[in-house]
Design a protein around this ligand. Structure first.
Ligand SMILES: [Zn+2]
Length: 214
């Protein structure tokens, strides 16, 4: 999660060496993509698109998600221990976080927050080892990043059960080795249900205690 001061390089290269700037810009753009966002996949898909936009969840959506009583996706972490890091800036303010970070020791089991389908196992420069899960309705995606490794037997297309171990906390991608954590995001999928595209909603109010949730 350490800020990477590469945007300056891009600006410096662009006017001086236009041909180089394109290539360098593309390579750096991959490096600059936010940790743990579907934007990482956009790069892999070859689209130079902007990162996922934030579209605040409506009250109805929040109520719906809260009613699912999603598990905190890191074993042994209580909802009350979570911190809302959704709006924190990353890369020196270059982008919003759009997720929450859940610190835990290396190797702590990462759990599926609810039933659903494991749609994609993806490795990206910023996110490291990641898992994309769709919820049972196919309208939401859950994203788990910086995994140290996947759980044995995990494969794309498989059904996941709430609480199933999908991997282990680590610091792959751009996470600091000194601060292993799970980067967890919830995305509202588009009708096309593309795993790499969606609008981030804040997982914090969904995972934390509230009215009707002890
Ligand atoms: Zn994060």
């Amino acid at each position: 999660m350490a800020p990477v001061p590469v945007p300056g390089w891009r600006r410096a290269l662009r006017p001086a060496v236009p041909g180089l700037a394109l290539g360098a810009g593309w390579g750096l753009a991959v490096l600059l993509l936010p940790a743990g966002q579907p934007a990482t996949a956009w790069a892999a898909e070859g689209a130079a698109s902007a990162p996922a936009s934030i579209a605040p969840a409506t009250a109805e959506e929040l109520a719906e998600l809260a009613a699912r009583r999603l598990l905190v996706p890191v074993e042994g972490v209580a909802p009350a221990a979570l911190r809302d890091t959704f709006k924190e800036a990353r890369d020196a303010g270059a982008r919003p976080h759009d997720a929450i970070d859940i610190p835990a020791p290396h190797g702590t089991p990462v759990l599926a927050v609810e039933d659903g389908q494991l749609v994609k196992l993806f490795t990206s420069v910023p996110g490291g080892l990641t898992v994309y899960q769709f919820d049972p309705s196919g309208r939401w995606a859950y994203y788990y990043a910086h995994l140290d490794r996947y759980a044995e037997g995990i494969r794309e297309g498989m059904a996941l059960q709430r609480g199933q171990v999908i991997g282990f906390v680590g610091s792959t991608g751009n996470a600091s080795p000194d601060a292993p954590h799970l980067h967890f995001a919830i995305f509202r999928l588009r009708p096309e249900q593309q795993w790499w595209r969606g609008e981030a909603v804040n997982p914090y109010p969904v995972l934390t205690p509230g009215p009707g949730r002890p």
